[in-house]
Design a protein around this ligand. Sequence first.
Ligand code: NDP
Length: 248
Amino acid sequence: MNRLNGKTALVTGGVGGIGSAICKKLADAGCKVVANYIDEAHAQEWKAKMAAEGYDFAIVKCDVSSFDDCKAMGEKLNAEFGGVDIVVNNAGITKDGTFRKMSPDQWGAVLNVNLMSVFNVTKQFVDGMMNKGWGRVINISSINGQKGQFGQTNYAAAKAGMHGFTMSLAQETAKKGVTVNSISPGYIGTEMVMAIAEDVRNQIVAQIPIGRLGKPEEIAALVAFLASEDAAFITGANIAANGGQHMM
Ligand code: NDP
């Protein structure tokens, strides 16, 4: 794996399950990593835990669903770090419900945090990347954006939308050395998924040909690869990492 020394990476939702693994993997590859968060207490606890593991992460509070918040974050990071070279749009939420029961709030919140955020955050850093002639935008989508999922019209629409964004921006930035890709994870063994009742979890695993949940580190490794020089010819792609649960 090529080293990413001298690069600065921003990971939205960096203090979460998959986000933490991404932050560590990028730091291991030599990046200066900034983890974005929204919940102050959680972030402080996380920063202390990471420090105990030997990681010195910068953290930045920002509601990625708010353009104004993202603008302020962009100004702060561009001033402090001279731009951000790698943006990982990882923050996400679910608010499941069948379409008949889904409220406009449930729909709006999920679209705003998962999809509007990709515009809000990426917008702050793409000009800088293009001016430097190097950059990476990596969007964490989902298997359910590829295949749909009962009870997730909001989440699946947002996650599928991320990939439309990816393919379009990739075309606009390719000549300037900026690649834009999506990753669509299947079920990953984060705290949230491990909290699902064991019998339900076993039913999920039974649908995964590889026979287990994914590991956050496996998604993080893919992010680090896409960020590397070795991946310079990959852009506009959506890479599935789902244990064979959905193939297309
Ligand atoms: P987590 O809930 O552990 O992490 C999500 C993170 O998003 C949290 O750190 C949270 O911050 C942050 N966040 C939520 N809302 C906002 C907001 N408005 N502004 C800024 N940050 C926000 O989830 P995972 O690690 O499991 O998921 C990470 C990504 O991977 C998500 O996009 C998810 O959709 C996707 N994914 C996950 C799968 C899985 O099996 N786990 C499968 C497929 C895709 P805070 O902690 O401060 O509240």
